[in-house]
Ligand binder design. Structure first.
Ligand code: AMP
Length: 381
């Protein structure tokens, strides 16, 4: 199977070829024809499956075919809602890459920064908006955005948007869109609230599923270390002595915890930076870039900040704390093992987290192997 068979137009084919994509991923093979037919779609897919291109390519193609009608002023015809700024930026970069020969323009809208450059971009005329819900609604209320002609709405990482409390904003935004639009909803997990949302906003959707709900990517090797909370830092340092761990994303539950680990590692000359919601957008981008460029070996992140980060060749993630929501585990480990690569996910589990571990194992229907041979093994009474 190659991209030509999916009837993709030449300007986009040329661009994806330059990206080095030769074969469409499974989600792309299944979703692209359905979207090009104009059907609503429910995509159940994890990060790393190529889902961004699965919606970005047909969106660009649909709008490209209509561009002849766009005499003069551009009108917003595509809207992508996504939970975090980082993810919004990455989707923007994908649109830029795949759409570079289409002449289609987009704006990326997110909060926490001045709205002025975003408003200027919108005023210059765009075909697609990629946005986090809060800022989008804000700019819609200020009448900077007109969505009355919207053709396609895409909800990316819908489960996470609801987790992050965007439910109200998302509903409000949708209530202002035309009923004739095409809607695509992507989610890695399908909790009840998502099923309800699907029933409310999708019309007779085609369901595309590349892996069973909440199953973890097979190429990821997973292990758990039973360790007391107080020994977790020493265990992390011990693991980082292994130079084979060239770069690693470490997850913590709290912002304070992320900062502390980054600081403690830096004291030991292990290059590390933290990203979390209290850091400015600029600081987060700098930390992310340093990590991508391998200037820092360890990126310590909270879930919200790390959501959707696309770092190619990420070989290891470490759960310094286990998440209390089992689906979060699936999201976290999906940062590694991308596009078929082998990845390793290591989790530290203390006494208090045993229940979380059980919930995770139940969700993924898999027992995570325990590393017995380690210096900080927790004693069970
Ligand atoms: P995503 O699931 O959208 O986060 O994509 C995961 C990674 O796979 C990104 O780094 C993409 O650039 C890459 N990717 C997407 N589609 C393809 C493809 N057809 N061939 C190779 N790599 C791809």
């Amino acid at each position: 199977m190659d991209f030509e068979k999916l009837n993709i137009i030449t300007p986009i084919l040329k661009a994806i070829c330059e990206e080095g994509y030769t074969t469409p991923t499974l989600i792309q093979q299944q979703a692209i024809p359905v979207i090009l037919e104009g059907r609503d779609l429910l995509g159940c897919a994890q990060t790393g499956t190529g889902k961004t291109a699965a919606f970005a390519i047909p969106l660009l193609q649909t709008l490209y075919k209509e561009r002849t009608n766009l005499k003069g002023q551009r009108i917003v015809k595509g809207l992508i809602l996504t939970p975090t700024r980082e993810l919004a930026i990455q989707i923007g970069e994908s649109l830029e890459a795949y759409g570079r020969y289409t002449g289609i323009k987009h704006a990326v809208i997110f909060g926490g920064v001045s709205q002025v450059p975003q408003v200027n971009k919108l005023r210059s005329g765009v075909d697609i908006i990629v946005a986090t819900p809060g800022r989008l609604l804000d700019l819609m209320n200020q009448k900077y955005i007109n969505v009355s002609c919207l053709k396609m709405l895409i909800l990316d990482e819908a489960d996470r948007m609801l987790d992050m409390g965007f439910s109200f904003d998302v509903k409000k935004i949708i209530s202002r869109l035309t009923d004739t639009r095409q809607t695509l909803l992507f989610s890695a997990t399908m909790p009840k609230e998502i099923t309800k949302m699907v029933d409310a906003i999708l019309k007779n959707p085609v369901k595309v599923e590349v892996t069973p709900v909440s199953s973890t990517v097979d190429t990821i090797e997973q292990n758990v270390y039973f360790v007391e909370q107080k020994d977790k830092k020493s265990l992390l340092i011990k693991l980082l002595k292994n130079r084979a761990i060239e770069s690693v994303l470490v997850f913590t539950r709290t912002k304070h915890g992320a900062d502390k680990i980054a600081k403690d590692l830096a004291k030991l000359s292990i290059t590390a930076q933290a990203i979390h919601g209290d850091k400015s957008q600029v600081a987060r981008q700098i930390a992310l870039n340093n990590f991508k460029l391998k200037r820092t070996r360890v990126l310590v992140a909270t879930d919200i900040a790390a959501r959707g980060i696309d770092i190619q060749e990420l070989s290891h993630i470490i759960n310094f704390d286990l998440p209390n929501v089992p689906e979060t585990y699936v999201h976290r480990i999906g940062r590694t093992g991308r596009a078929g690569m082998v990845g390793t996910a290591l989790s530290f589990c203390d006494r208090e987290e045993m229940g979380y571990l059980r919930a995770i194992q139940k969700l993924i229907s898999k027992k995570i192997p325990v590393v017995e041979e380690q210096p900080y093994s927790m004693r069970f009474a």
